[in-house]
Design a binder for this molecule. Sequence first.
Ligand SMILES: Cc1cc2nc3c(=O)[nH]c(=O)nc-3n(C[C@H](O)[C@H](O)[C@H](O)COP(=O)(O)OP(=O)(O)OC[C@H]3O[C@@H](n4cnc5c(N)ncnc54)[C@H](O)[C@@H]3O)c2cc1C
Length: 460
Amino acid sequence: MLACRSATRSAQHKPLTYASRTFSFSAPRSRQRLVILGSGWGGYEVMRGIDKNRWNVTMVSPSNYFNFTPLLASCSVGTLEFRSAVEPVRRYTPQVKAYQAWCDKIDFDRKVLDCVPATPPLAQSKPGELASFQLHYDALVIAVGAYSQTFNVPGVKEHAHFLKDVSNARAIRSRIMECFEQANQPTMSDIDRRNILHFCIVGGGPTGVEFAAELHDLLNTDVKRHFPGLVNLARISLFDVAPRILGSFDEGLQEFATARFKRDGIRILTQHHVERVEAGRMYVKEKGEVPFGLLVWSTGLAPNPLVESIGEARKDPKTKGLTTNDECQVIMDSTGQADPDVYAIGDAATIVDAPLPATAQVANQKAKYLYKKLNRLVRGRAHTEPFVFHNMGSLAYIGDWTAVYDRTQSENLRGKEAGRLAWLLWRSAYFTRTLSIRNKILVPFYWFMNWIFGRDLSRF
Ligand SMILES: Cc1cc2nc3c(=O)[nH]c(=O)nc-3n(C[C@H](O)[C@H](O)[C@H](O)COP(=O)(O)OP(=O)(O)OC[C@H]3O[C@@H](n4cnc5c(N)ncnc54)[C@H](O)[C@@H]3O)c2cc1C
């Protein structure tokens, strides 16, 4: 029994009862059927680039949009508005058929997918029951990403916020404002105010660091202006079990970021282990009880339940993701051979013996490689060139108009940058990577508007 269906999307969703009614959809046979699972960095890019006149394309994803994840931290504090960090799947319909649904099961022999709607159940459905449907494919792209890792720490799923989707960013923004409005009530004691204005982040990787930096910017500008009596009670604490933050970055850049955070008053608590989380407090091995108003949890990736459920394919022992050959074709366990019609890219997949970081950069480059390959294959041309990753370096925003840019692993222009220039490169990188013209206008517009007028602190 599979565990990845839900009526509404959430990063760590709960399973619903499976339905008995099953519908089957088979596209006309004139064109080869390509089904793409997932509308993230991998799946959305394949959908954009694929030859839709030659392939009969179907997108299955529980979200009918693409999340521009590098901008989520900015959205969660109001530096950017939510809609500027998403791109709709519907931009490509009706050329592409799209179902807002979870794929729950893949039958590789029959080339059939079991899917369950990710929309609320119909009025006539029994509670918790959803009608499932089947899709047939000739070629399949698995780009379902990964989930947030919790290391089974009790209470994390119930009491912490994740930052993987624009809906998470929206919940975080609302909670930050709730904390300040609550702390502002005349009935609150100073101790309660301090507790509710304690913002904790667990995970010192780029996501945790960027969120801490964006939050610091919010506190030091708009919150300072509008809640002058509260800002000095607010604290940001960043926990990690590792000895350093930004572990994947060059050591000099780690030190630069650490010094910057210390100067900005962000507490870095490395080599700290969170053991349990409850409403409004967590228990840390080295510190005991730590009260918080908001806890953002970002400690890496856990496998997607669909990927976990695929017993036929070979898994990577470390990431538990699907293993592929260097043409992104999934390796089947029984034969040790790649299935020529099943591809896996992004955070859900690892090329055997050539692991790459779980980043948008890798997912996007694999997607580009894959649609070019599929566009050749559909024309009857051969394509056997392997995927080659071109490392463009890593960027992280560290607050107050500064960033770090690590190009020590890149092929060209090796080096590193920290400070204002790196921040300019960070902003221009994400501005140029933004996909639609609409967002290319909206993103700088919101940057400019918030710089002039400040962020909107309304809570709704
Ligand atoms: C806040 C944040 C900031 C980041 N910043 C950067 C950055 O600056 N640079 C960088 O390189 N990387 C960054 N990353 C990492 C990057 O976002 C991921 O590596 C990338 O999203 C992976 O792409 P993907 O297509 O594999 O998965 P995702 O983008 O996660 O997409 C997965 C898709 O699959 C769908 N899905 C899930 N389950 C199913 C199912 N059962 N059936 C069908 N569809 C399903 C999901 O709804 C989603 O649409 C960041 C990540 C986060 C969370």
